[in-house]
Design a protein around this ligand. Structure first.
Ligand code: PBG
Length: 304
């Protein structure tokens, strides 16, 4: 009689790639999550695959950051190295890459900055370069998370021109300017050095605007659309699912993970039950795919 099911196939596991060798540094606000060097990412990807989770999404923490985020589109960048290494050792792993500049820019914004403002159009060129560089390294899908206007079109065009017409795009289509990203920014060392992201991310108070953002991304060529965060935006997930016929992904973000972990640690909630309830709710709202730091723990419960 159960209307909603969870399966390992629903999950995408986020991983943070850093430079160096033998590095596996736990993120203080995200117990069980790590910044890992390429060799450790490969090991981790093997473990994730052996649990039956089909996909990972990679975030990069480069050794050097600069104004233009050049580490993002460097063919020898941390993410590019990780893609090659994972595909080499775990060829069945579906490797998705986060396409954004904030982890690579010295100012921590998701686009090019001039005179204290984020410039939309000049950012598109760099994001397209980054996506192509990921595809060249062997990524199976790219996921732009920057929220610049027109980036799906720019990335689709660049991928097609470079011979990657078969690489799909999962766009962070309805991405809110959320405080739930706090722990991630610690993990990715990507907190903006001035201002905030409200000029390009959405106002949490807006529901109908999400449909407009999603429609634009689909028109520009998005194959999968994402709502982010997940838990405080279940209404948006349900709206998007009802209005469009493409697969819907939801990002169960860092802050949602940290809340559960912290309360669990204090003994205030039954952590495992809360985790499964949240993941089930995200599916019930309409998400086909869930990006979640809980993926391994949830799959262990599902398969034992
Ligand atoms: C931006 C990006 C962010 C997340 C994924 N991609 C954060 C931001 O906009 O600052 C957040 C993911 C999470 O909180 O788990 N590149």
């Amino acid at each position: 009689m159960r209307e909603t099911s969870l399966s390992p196939d629903n999950f995408i596991h986020p991983l943070f790639v850093t430079f160096g060798k033998g590095v596996r540094k736990e993120i203080p606000s995200m117990p069980g999550c790590y910044q890992e060097s390429v060799d450790r990412i490969v090991r981790h990807a093997k473990e994730i695959s052996s649990l039956g989770i089909p996909a990972i999404i990679l975030f990069g923490i480069p050794e050097h950051k600069d104004e233009k985020g050049s580490g993002a589109y460097d063919d020898h960048g941390v993410v590019q190295q990780a893609i090659r290494a994972v595909k080499n050792v775990v060829p069945d792993m579906f490797v998705i890459t986060d396409v954004c500049l904030c982890e690579y820019t010295s100012h921590g914004h998701c686009g090019v900055v001039k005179n204290g403002a984020v410039l939309n159009d000049p950012s598109l060129e760099l994001l397209a370069k980054e996506a192509v560089s990921h595809a060249r390294a062997g990524a199976d899908m790219v996921a732009p998370s920057d929220m610049m206007d027109g980036r799906v079109d720019a990335i689709r065009t660049a991928l097609d021109e470079e011979g990657f017409a078969d690489i799909p795009i999962m766009s962070y289509a309805a991405k809110y300017a959320s405080a739930f990203y706090g722990p991630f920014r610690e993990a990715a060392e990507s907190t903006p050095q001035f201002g905030d992201r409200r000029a390009y991310q959405m106002d949490p108070a807006n529901r109908r605007e999400a449909l407009k953002e999603v429609a634009l991304d689909i028109e520009e060529g998005a194959d999968i659309v994402m709502v982010k965060p997940a838990l405080a935006y279940l209404d948006v997930i349900a709206d998007v699912k009802a209005a469009f016929d493409v697969p819907v992904a939801a990002y169960n973000v860092s802050g949602e993970y940290s809340l559960v972990k912290a309360a669990g640690k204090l003994g205030w909630i039954d952590e495992q039950r809360v985790m499964m309830e949240i993941l089930t709710s995200i599916r019930r709202a309409g998400a086909d795919l869930i990006l979640t730091y809980f993926a391994k723990e949830a799959v262990k419960i599902l398969t034992t």
